[in-house]
Design a binder for this molecule. Structure first.
Ligand SMILES: Cc1cc2nc3c(=O)[nH]c(=O)nc-3n(C[C@H](O)[C@H](O)[C@H](O)COP(=O)(O)O)c2cc1C
Length: 223
């Protein structure tokens, strides 16, 4: 994915009469699918209902981002990922367990781990809290806040499956990186967008133009 080709730009801030703007944590870990994180970040940035985005990128995610998108270096990372300067996104250090989102007293509306590696899944479902991503996720679980784990691996071992069950039992949503085809995507961008739209619908931020099953006439049977 060429990160420079995006034409998306941040929209105007929400009107004063609108409900309070949301604070979202986006954690990116070292599983494949970093383009999904880029699409998510850009969609959140453009959404006037979102006021703050706390971005945490693991060291492994930086490696995968470089492989999959060519993005590199922490200094200009936000600008590279958003495709423009951002006033909403703050990049927090992976090792900073003293950051705002590490405490339950700091209000967060939802946390997305996208993509979520099997390593981070294991750390979260075992309450390890050994870095900011694991700690912020732990806080979401204890505070009963929305935590969406966009796990990606294939095939899955018994350990992975058991960890997904534990995370679900603790209150997280497992939202695997699995594309849908019933919306007839034509490009990788279509698949990426649809996946991001489904997550945002799940956390109460439905997007204009998102595919909706049943909104148009069904395809004819091939029988
Ligand atoms: C190019 C690349 C792709 C990877 N894809 C995956 C993957 O899809 N799922 C996964 O669980 N780990 C994947 N890994 C391995 C993780 O990056 C590794 O387990 C790492 O320790 C995860 O650390 P983190 O959870 O702190 O980001 C990949 C690594 C690389 C270099």
């Amino acid at each position: 994915m060429n990160l420079k080709t995006s034409t998306r730009s941040a929209k105007e801030p929400a009107d004063k009469s609108d409900p309070p703007q949301r604070t979202i944590v986006l954690a990116v870990t070292g599983a494949s699918g970093s383009v999904l994180a880029v699409e998510m970040l850009r969609t959140l940035e453009a959404d006037p209902r979102v006021g703050r985005i706390h971005l945490v990128v693991s060291p492994s995610a930086l490696r995968v981002l470089a492989e999959e998108t060519g993005a590199g270096g922490r200094h200009t990372l936000v600008e590279q990922l958003v495709g423009a300067r951002s006033t909403k996104v703050s990049l927090l250090a992976h090792e900073d367990i003293g950051a705002s989102i590490a405490s339950g007293s700091y209000p967060v509306d939802a946390m997305l781990v996208l993509p979520c590696s099997m390593g981070t899944l294991a750390g979260i479902c075992h309450g390890m809290a050994s870095n900011l991503i694991e700690r912020a996720a732990d806080v979401c679980l204890k505070e009963r806040r929305r935590l969406v784990l966009c796990v990606r691996e294939t095939p899955l071992s018994l350990i992975h499956l058991q960890n997904m069950l534990s995370a679900t039992q603790a209150g997280a949503t497992i939202f695997p990186v699995v594309p849908s085809f019933y919306n007839q995507p034509q490009t990788v961008a279509d698949i990426t967008k649809n996946y991001v739209h489904r997550i945002l619908q799940h956390i109460g931020l439905p997007q204009t133009g998102a595919y909706e099953w049943g909104a148009k006439a069904p395809a004819k049977s091939t029988k």
